[in-house]
Ligand binder design. Structure first.
Ligand SMILES: [Zn+2]
Length: 414
């Protein structure tokens, strides 16, 4: 098969990958649509489709709408050719899932966990949950094609190693990929939670059809994932999108990264919780005071819900946080010109105030040309965004030109 591909004058693997991408994303449903969308010749498209059929990744059915002549054969992706195992590790939770090759969740488990207990304990639990899911899910399609792991900190994507993650003691440089490769006969990719959110929204969520997107996660901290020209942009080392540590204020508010005045130290979930708790202690908010009395603490989600109920202190905290995030994003908009900004993470999901304030500031502070068609919307994937995104990451990688070059030689990913 490789031999015939190498006879083409075009880049055969590149063509194979882009033909598959058109079919996988359902942008094209027939050979002629693939020709129109990719600019490849009819002969090349026919050859690549035949190869994909031989691998078992696409099927052609005689069901396309007739336009008078012979009805076109409809091509579709075989998402049941294999399955993918994914884990999304949060600061305080583990989410694992098994999906098909389209990111459809076939089985799912989640439970509380503390990332600070270190990699050995956390990843051992991931393995136990993988085993449980694999045996509990009936009719698991095909064999295991890949594993995707998300972590709440910076990752050098090429190696799959976390790099100085501030809330993950013991994880710096830990060989997550090697650990899973040693136990499973499948390729493994590791990325930070924000890139996974971006990939999930882009493949299966609100960002479908947008080629230039910024996905911002406002959880405990703040980070952004970037889709640029229809690809995730990780930067030279995997550090792109770390907007939470852009300095937005002089002064003395210390950030967990070691600097002062970072965006997330002033407007992230920890900051909202800190300021909300202070308001409760000082008796400035009756509603937050009640939360403090009930649970002994105030969370960022409490502040967001109090704001939804009209609590003036909570509204002011979220408006202020939204303005700070919005001003930073206005600079990002002027620099990068996305067509969509997606706001996700626990705080953004808990009420409308923050999103409204971010949106207003972005439109007011960005250049008119950059905001003419700009949308600012809430994340659409909810609590499953992490695992859906991790599955998208695995299939993006599996079906990339580079990875296919490797696994086609041995007949399948392993
Ligand atoms: Zn910082």
């Amino acid at each position: 098969m490789i031999g015939t591909m190498e006879q083409s004058t075009e880049d055969p693997l590149g063509a194979l990958s882009s033909v598959l991408d058109e079919i996988r994303s359902a942008h094209a449903r027939s050979r002629s649509e693939i020709v129109a969308r990719t600019g490849l010749s009819r002969g090349t498209v026919a050859q690549r489709v035949n190869e994909l059929r031989a691998i078992g990744l696409v099927v052609e059915n005689q069901v396309g709408p007739s336009t008078g002549g012979r009805p076109p054969r409809q091509i579709s992706f075989r998402s049941d050719a294999g399955h993918v195992l994914v884990a999304d590790l949060g600061a305080t939770s583990i989410d694992v899932a098994v999906t098909d090759l389209d990111g459809r969740i076939l089985g799912h488990r989640d439970e509380p966990a503390d990332i600070a207990t270190g990699p050995e304990q956390c990843l051992l639990r991931v393995d136990e949950l993988f085993a449980e899911l694999t045996s509990a899910t009936r009719d698991l399609p095909g064999r295991l094609w890949g594993i995707g792991i998300g972590v709440p900190g910076p990752v050098e994507f090429r190696s799959g190693h976390p790099v100085s993650p501030p809330i993950m003691p013991g994880w710096d440089g830990y060989p997550i990929r090697e650990r899973f490769v040693a136990r499973h006969a499948a390729p493994v990719w590791v990325d930070n939670d924000v890139n996974l959110l971006a990939l999930g929204e882009w493949r299966s969520g609100i960002a479908i059809g947008h080629d230039n997107v910024v996905v911002v996660k406002i959880g405990t901290g703040i980070g952004a994932g970037i889709i640029s020209n229809g690809r995730i942009h990780r930067g030279a080392q995997g550090a792109a999108g770390d907007v939470g540590h852009i300095q937005v204020a002089e002064g003395s508010v210390a950030c967990r990264c070691g600097n002062v005045g970072c965006l997330e130290a002033l407007a992230g979930g920890s900051a909202l919780a800190r300021d909300g708790e202070l308001a409760a202690v000082e008796g400035r908010s009756e509603r937050l005071r009640m939360k403090l009395d009930q649970h002994g603490t105030v969370t960022a989600e409490d502040v967001a819900r109090a704001a939804s109920c009209g609590d003036p202190v909570a509204v002011a905290l979220l408006t202020d946080a939204g303005h700070r995030v919005g001003r930073t994003l206005a600079s990002v908009v002027n620099f990068f010109n996305p067509s969509l900004i997606v706001i996700g993470g626990g705080v953004a999901q808990s009420g409308d105030q923050l999103l409204a304030s971010i949106r207003e500031t972005v439109y007011r502070r960005s250049l008119p040309l950059a905001t003419r068609d700009l949308l600012v919307q809430r994340s659409s994937l909810g609590a499953l965004a992490g695992v859906i995104g991790a599955s998208s990451m695995v299939t993006e990688q599996l079906f990339s030109r580079e990875a296919m070059a490797r696994w086609l030689r041995v007949g399948g990913p392993r």
